[in-house]
Design a protein around this ligand. Structure first.
Ligand code: HEC
Ligand code: HEC
Length: 339
């Protein structure tokens, strides 16, 4: 007997009741002054509400600005690179390279991470426990000098001026940060980017259609067996890749306090945050250094490193299951594409 992970239908039912109550409350309050703008998260079933920092509440206008900036090469000193060059939607916001290459051609030592469900992570980057918010993280590629990524360091004023002196762009900043004397600032660039990234929520894979949509045909028989195996102690995968995001510990509304944890998987050297396995089919090559090319190779490496007893069929089933975590809607979603 294998339990399906976390599809606690009763909890889910309660959650939808709570959401319905909010809608009713909102409808009843008509006649009062308009409530502050709220954001349509489009949460998939089973997904908790992301946490937003009080100093950077989520709004449509911030999301819209963040989306523009994410795709805007004016954010790099030499105008050659944007966030989206290393985080491409078709690759679930990774770049398909083993390790990333910055705007001036310098090689990064690390694989560009997927931004799938990044808003839920307890910490950011492969192995830092200090980068604790998306707002803070956005400054890393901007200001990094080892290697240079966007190369913003030393060019802050120039880059801010590019946006401020371009009236249509400046207007979008004003809409996102209404009433501020200097809406175009590095701080607001980071805030808007974080608002965009927080909305990159992905939870409509065949696995989700099985667990939350009761679609018994969503998985092939092989993927189904792979799913059962994934959650057994014998394979051990779910000891680390856990919860709704198949990742290390998640942070969300009602569950704000988490301690960043880095663990050793035995396959690679060093301790890293447990990454999500959602959309893993789209984010090859794998691991912090991009050293493993395929899902099959990853499984083979786990078998050796963790002395697992999985025969060839079981490995194939596990691979089929990992491919059932792909959300095609996410990588085609026009809301997340270049504006
Ligand atoms: C040169 C390629 C490159 C560019 C440009 C780039 N990134 Fe990244 N990104 C990476 C790499 C590599 C990592 C992993 C870094 C590490 O572990 O040290 C990463 C990690 C991240 C993470 C951490 C995800 C997680 O789950 O921990 C976020 C968020 C992110 N980038 C957002 C952005 C944003 C926003 C921009 C634009 C301001 C951006 N990136 C620009 C390569 C890039
Ligand atoms: C002890 C915790 C642990 C266990 C058990 C574990 N993993 Fe991982 N997994 C990690 C960590 C940590 C990483 C990141 C390591 C790195 O980047 O070097 C990772 C990385 C991965 C990646 C690559 C992710 C990416 O974005 O590049 C895949 C795929 C993966 N694991 C699948 C599995 C499968 C399948 C199993 C079961 C056979 C499994 N893991 C068991 C901790 C674990």
């Amino acid at each position: 007997m294998v339990k399906l992970p976390s599809p606690n239908r009763f909890k889910h039912f309660l959650r939808s009741l709570a959401a319905a109550a909010l809608i009713v409350a909102a409808a009843c309050s008509s006649g009062n002054p308009p409530a502050p703008a709220t954001f349509a998260w489009h949460l998939p079933p089973g997904f908790p509400l992301p946490l937003t920092p009080p100093e950077n509440l989520q709004t449509d206008a911030k999301f819209a600005l963040g989306r523009r900036l994410f795709y805007d090469r004016r954010l790099s000193a030499n105008g050659r690179q944007s966030c989206s060059d290393c985080h491409q939607q078709s690759h679930a916001f990774s770049d398909g390279r083993p390790t990333a290459i910055g705007s001036t051609g310098q090689t990064h030592s690390r694989n560009a991470m997927t931004l799938t469900n990044a808003g839920y992570n307890a910490s950011y980057t492969w192995d830092s426990v200090r980068v604790r918010s998306l707002e803070q993280q956005a400054r890393v590629p901007m200001f990094n000098t080892h290697p240079i990524e966007l190369g913003v360091e030393g060019h802050q004023a120039e880059i801010v001026a590019r946006f401020r002196d371009d009236p249509p762009t400046a207007a979008i900043f004003r809409a996102a940060f209404p009433g501020e004397r200097r809406p175009v600032s590095i701080r607001n660039i980071a805030n808007a980017l974080a608002a965009f990234e927080r909305a990159l929520i992905s939870g409509n894979s065949p696995y989700d259609r099985l667990v939350y949509g009761d679609d018994r045909n969503a998985l092939s028989p092989s993927a189904w067996r792979g799913m059962r195996l994934f959650f057994t102690p014998r394979a051990g995968c779910s000891e680390c890749h856990q919860g709704f995001n198949f990742s290390g510990e998640s942070r969300y509304a009602g569950h704000p306090k988490t301690k960043p944890v880095l663990v050793r998987n035995g396959v690679t050297n060093g301790a890293f945050r447990v990454p999500t396995l959602r959309n893993i089919e789209l984010t090859a090559p794998y691991m912090h250094d991009g050293s493993i090319a395929t899902i099959e190779d990853v499984i083979a490496r786990y078998v050796t490193a963790r002395k697992l007893t999985l025969d060839a069929t079981e490995r194939a089933n596990l691979a089929a299951f990992l491919r059932s975590l792909t959300d095609r809607e996410f990588v085609a979603d026009a809301r997340f594409a270049a504006p």
